[in-house]
Design a protein. Structure first.
Length: 680
């Protein structure tokens, strides 16, 4: 076995791979000089994956055995791809390489040595649904009647527990900070967690988080196991290090303590997952935790034009907490980013559609273009226009705005009003009531169709004598909601009807049933904003139900590749991807950055990193779109100030297009854009 850090077994001039030919000077320094603790600061589009792959190949060529190398990634797909590329480079099998996610690696260690802390090697791994099922069983064991009081659903309890474990914060702090609605239930959640833990152990099951927590416990409690693995892993490499949490950091710190050959690759400027428990402190504290750390920087960008990178560099430089980097493009200057000011959201959609069509005419496939947004609700207006115009699109990593569960829940009441015989709508609305299960939902609907001539008959008690007390109470709440929604001063005002649905109970349902309820309530508020111009239930539901079968106007010629579609995505889902043209919408103060971040420097800097990630997804064209007015359900039409991320940019970093305010026109040419792109 090689002595750690020496790599003397094969002379460099006898290696099969010509590293100087395949790597730039920055990458080459990492591949050939990253012994002992090393922090690689890899800017966006700088080839960090390539660098890691060649570093692994270099270690193997120099004589390090595959099972003495640990490569931690953040997806199993990435692990497979990196391993395959190493094998292609070396033209040999490296099946013994330890390569995978932290959870995959933890599972492998526990299968091998978990018995040292009482974990049998034949344990089963519970998925998210299994974990929720077990939490439900714990609630039944404790005889906690969640239907009679304001109590979080199993999904929410699961999220609270998981966040606490991954951040190593106690449950009380997590609830106090992120779930203050449940402060009075802290003791209940602690008891549920205790019983949940015991029942997992008794049934020889581990959940997803156990694969980390139990691995750490094993390494801390068994010196024999600790010595076994710290001795084995001569070289440890970690991808996307800025996204690691405290548990993951502690695991790799232990595993690297003997040989100290740990190489972590990340970009502090792309740390955007604090809400999942990731901590940017891991990358900033690395030199403190590992003395004599060597720091490398990958600053040569292969993705974007220099003009786009200049804007990104200018923006991120406003963050106080950062490693300084200056990205340089191999592509040259390119087109300047464009700032477009439009009157409102409808003009924002019109501009995007026209620009997409122009770029398509210039030869760009739809899927080489992407529209990015801070929060899903910002896409609602655009999605509606794309559907009306027959332009195919997908929401990457998510669901179309009007197909989301909480949107369909709210709309189900209106669907019943429009069509009282809509069984699916009845089932959906009734299922939201605590005390009405699937069986009674069916009975209630059948009773309505048999005995009621119109929707008004649901308010006649004689039709509902068969209901048991608990179900009757729940049904009474449903009737109260329907009564409020159909009142003369409410009916026909679609936004007011939906607000009534939300305020009479659905807001409470969101809080108790969704771990990301704040985002969902933001979506529902945007639904109210969207609905305010409608005065017909039929028209509103027809528009919001548009789908692939919509037969309206088609403005784009049928494309030969039927899989071609425009990409719509949140910025979080866009990380790691790239497109020829990127349009960032909704650059409005208090929306992006989110209003919650304006009084917290740490949150504001994460929001700025999110903007940086969005900008650096663009290869050739970048459009920053600022609607100057927006409709707010509570205040009406309001002036929308530009995002601080726009206001702080130097004017020379972008070109500004202004649009004429013509009521019926759409797009660049029809809106009369000044200084239009030559292809426009």
């Amino acid at each position: 076995m090689l002595e750690s850090g020496t790599l003397e077994s094969v002379p460099v001039n006898m290696l099969k791979i010509d590293y100087t030919k395949h790597l730039n000077p920055e990458q080459l320094k990492v591949v050939m000089g990253a012994d002992e603790p090393c922090l690689v600061l890899a800017g966006a589009g700088s080839g960090k994956t390539r660098t890691l792959i060649y570093r692994v190949a270099y270690l193997l060529e120099r004589g390090v055995k595959p099972d003495n190398i640990l490569l931690a990634t953040f997806t199993n797909k990435a692990a497979r791809q990196m391993k395959d590329r190493v094998e292609m480079l070396l033209r040999k099998d490296v099946k013994d390489l330890w390569c995978g996610t932290f959870h995959h690696i933890g599972n492998r260690i526990l299968r091998m040595r978990g018995k040292h802390i009482g974990i049998k090697p034949d344990y089963n791994i519970m998925d998210q649904e299994d974990a929720r099922t077990l939490i439900k069983a714990c609630l039944r064991e404790l005889k906690i009647n969640t239907k009679d009081k304001f109590f979080p659903a199993p999904r929410v309890i699961q999220s609270i527990i998981s966040y606490s474990r991954n951040t190593k914060e106690n449950l009380s702090n997590v609830i106090n900070t992120y779930y203050p609605e449940f402060l009075e239930l802290i003791n209940d959640v602690k008891v549920i967690y205790s019983i949940y833990t015991k029942r997992k152990a008794s049934s020889n099951n581990l959940d997803y988080d156990d694969l980390l927590t139990e691995t750490l416990r094993l390494l801390n409690q068994s010196q024999a196991v600790r010595g076994r693995f710290t001795g084995q892993f001569e070289n440890i490499l970690v991808d996307e290090y800025q996204d690691t949490n405290k548990l993951q950091f502690e695991i790799i710190k232990i595993l690297s303590e003997e040989h100290k050959n740990i190489l972590v690759v990340g970009d502090d400027a792309q740390s955007i997952y604090a809400f999942r428990g990731a901590t940017i402190d891991n990358i900033f504290n690395f030199p403190k935790e590992f003395p004599e750390t060597k720091i490398f920087k990958l600053q040569t960008n292969y993705r974007s034009s220099q003009d786009i990178l200049d804007l990104a560099n200018e923006s991120i430089n406003f963050n106080r907490k950062q490693y300084e980097k200056d990205l340089k493009s191999v592509k040259g200057r390119g087109e300047k980013p464009i700032l477009i000011e439009v009157r409102d959201l409808r003009r924002q959609s019109a501009f995007i559609i026209q620009r997409v069509l122009e770029l398509h005419d210039e030869g760009y496939d739809l899927k080489k273009m992407a529209v990015l947004f801070r929060a899903h609700y910002q896409s609602a207006e655009l999605e509606m226009e794309l559907l009306k115009r027959g332009i195919p699109y997908i929401i990457r990593g998510g669901i179309k705005f009007f197909e989301q569960a909480h949107i369909k829940d709210a709309l189900s009441y209106l669907r019943i009003i429009q069509n009282p015989n809509d069984e699916i709508a009845w089932m959906r609305a009734l299922s939201l009531e605590q005390g009405i299960g699937a069986g009674f939902s069916t009975k209630i609907f059948k009773n309505f169709t048999w005995n009621c001539k119109s929707l008004k008959d649901i308010f006649k008690d004689k039709h509902w004598n068969f209901l048991k007390k608990k179900t009757r109470v729940a049904f009474e709440h449903f009737r109260n909601t329907m009564s409020a929604v159909t009142k003369d001063n409410t009916y026909g005002k679609i936004d007011l009807m939906l607000e009534t649905v939300i305020k009479t109970g659905y807001e409470k349902y969101c809080i108790t049933h969704f771990d990301n309820y704040k985002d969902r309530l933001d979506d529902l508020k945007e639904l109210l904003n969207f609905a305010h111009t409608y005065r017909s239930v039929n028209k509103f539901l027809a528009d919001t139900s548009l789908g692939e079968t919509f037969k309206g106007e088609t403005v784009i010629e049928p494309v030969k590749d039927t899989s071609d579609y425009l990409i719509l995505t949140t910025i979080h889902q866009a990380k790691g991807l790239e497109w020829d043209a990127v349009m960032i919408i909704g650059l409005i103060d208090n929306q992006f950055p989110h209003s919650k971040s304006m009084e917290d420097l740490q949150q504001l800097e994460e929001e700025r990193r999110l903007f940086y990630v969005a900008v650096t997804r663009a290869k050739n064209y970048l459009y920053l779109i600022h609607p100057m007015t927006r409709y707010d359900y509570n205040y009406g039409n309001v002036i929308a100030r530009p995002s601080v991320f726009i206001e702080e940019l130097p004017h020379e970093s972008y070109e500004k297009w202004e649009t004429e305010q013509k009521e019926e026109s759409i797009g660049c040419q029809a809106l009369g854009i000044d200084n239009a792109h030559p292809g426009a």
